[in-house]
Write a protein that binds this ligand. Structure first.
Ligand SMILES: N[C@@H](CCC(=O)N[C@@H](CS)C(=O)NCC(=O)O)C(=O)O
Length: 335
């Protein structure tokens, strides 16, 4: 893993910088929105994209003029940029030996599915290039060839793997050196928290993201715009889906004994921060599979109202940001 030479110092520095990172993100987000480089899903990326565009000189003279007026704004952007650079120095992807990287990896997924996002977090962190096939949840035409009718399905050099946890375990044993033989406390802790993600954390999601009509519509707007739907399906999905999931989420609340869904989400976030026990990641100085699982499951909701509330009302934001930096850009191969 690439790390800054003075690990302890940079880690401490990052901690200080990350303490105000949520405010920085909000500010950067507002600034980039103003300049038109908006990407609601990833303020960090939209910021760097905007900065790259400015430095390449792609903006018109008028736009540059308005930018030059924003002296105060620019100063705060510069401060944010330098701290983000330090963060990127300290946390980075885990790079594999090239001969361990599978040649042909295809993920059959729904863009907003938490289980699929777990697998993507793993592939992105280990920088495994993968193609994505977005499955239509109604016809499922794209996975007609498979007996398994859920997503994610990952084909690795032609071999289909199913179920997010099994996929990650099998891929981990295959590409992380020494992993299949690793034993002991660390491994037990990692396994315990991976199980917690599947048995507990995922059940917090639906009751929260569909908890009222406006949040259900916000969630389905995201799903409709990012899923594999025809033009007419999009509208049906957004409104019928939101209405249906609003009622389903109430049933799920009962099933999992949740009385106050937001309180339960916050409690889960705090439980996770307590598990970190002061470490940057559950894996110590770098993420392990449990970090990647928690991050993956939370990623589709992070910039929805539920995720924003969670970050504002719990201590999970600093860890989440470290994960965003460590996992980095997607390794997805653009078609
Ligand atoms: N335990 C499985 C659960 C996968 C799962 O339930 N996927 C959902 C999407 S989030 C699914 O495909 N449901 C069936 C359907 O859409 O018909 C895993 O971890 O991969």
């Amino acid at each position: 893993m690439r790390r800054a030479s003075s690990l302890a110092a940079s880690s401490a520095l990052s901690r200080v910088l990350l303490a105000s990172s949520e405010q920085q993100h909000t500010r950067l987000f507002q600034v980039t929105s103003f300049y038109g480089g908006l990407n609601a899903g990833s303020p960090r990326r939209s910021f760097s994209t905007s900065m790259r565009s400015i430095s390449r000189g792609v903006y018109s003279g008028t736009a540059k003029y308005f930018m030059s007026l924003g002296g105060v704004v620019a100063a705060s952007v510069a401060a944010g940029a330098s701290s983000l650079l330090v963060e990127e120095e300290a946390y980075a992807k885990e790079l594999l030996k090239p001969d361990l990287v599978p040649k042909d990896v295809v993920l059959y997924q729904y863009e907003a599915c938490p289980f699929c996002n777990k697998v993507k977090a793993f592939l992105d962190y280990y920088d495994v290039p993968y193609k994505v096939v977005e499955v239509n949840p109604w016809s499922k035409n794209e996975i007609k060839w498979s007996e398994y009718k859920k997503v994610p399905i990952l084909t690795v050099d032609g071999e289909p793997l199913v179920d997010s946890s099994a996929i990650i375990n099998q891929m981990g044993n295959r590409i992380i050196p020494g992993r299949s033989s690793s034993t002991g406390k660390t491994n037990d802790e990692e396994k315990k928290w991976c199980r917690w993600v599947d048995d507990h954390l995922v059940h917090m999601l639906s009751p929260n993201i569909y908890r009222n009509t406006s949040e259900a519509l916000e969630s389905f707007d995201y799903i409709a715009n990012n899923g594999n739907f025809s033009f007419s399906e999009k509208y049906a999905v957004k409104y019928a889906g939101a209405a249906a999931m609003y009622f389903v989420s109430k049933k799920l609340k009962k099933k999992y004994n949740i009385t106050d869904e937001r309180a339960a989400l916050y409690e889960s976030a705090e439980t996770w921060v307590n598990a970190l026990d002061g470490r940057d990641f559950l894996g110590g100085l770098k993420p392990n599979l449990a970090d990647l699982a928690v991050f993956g499951v939370l990623r589709p909701i992070r910039y929805l109202k539920a995720g924003r509330d969670m970050v504002e009302n719990t201590r999970i934001g600093e860890w989440y940001l470290r994960m965003e930096v460590a996992v980095g850009e997607s390794s997805r191969i653009k078609a």
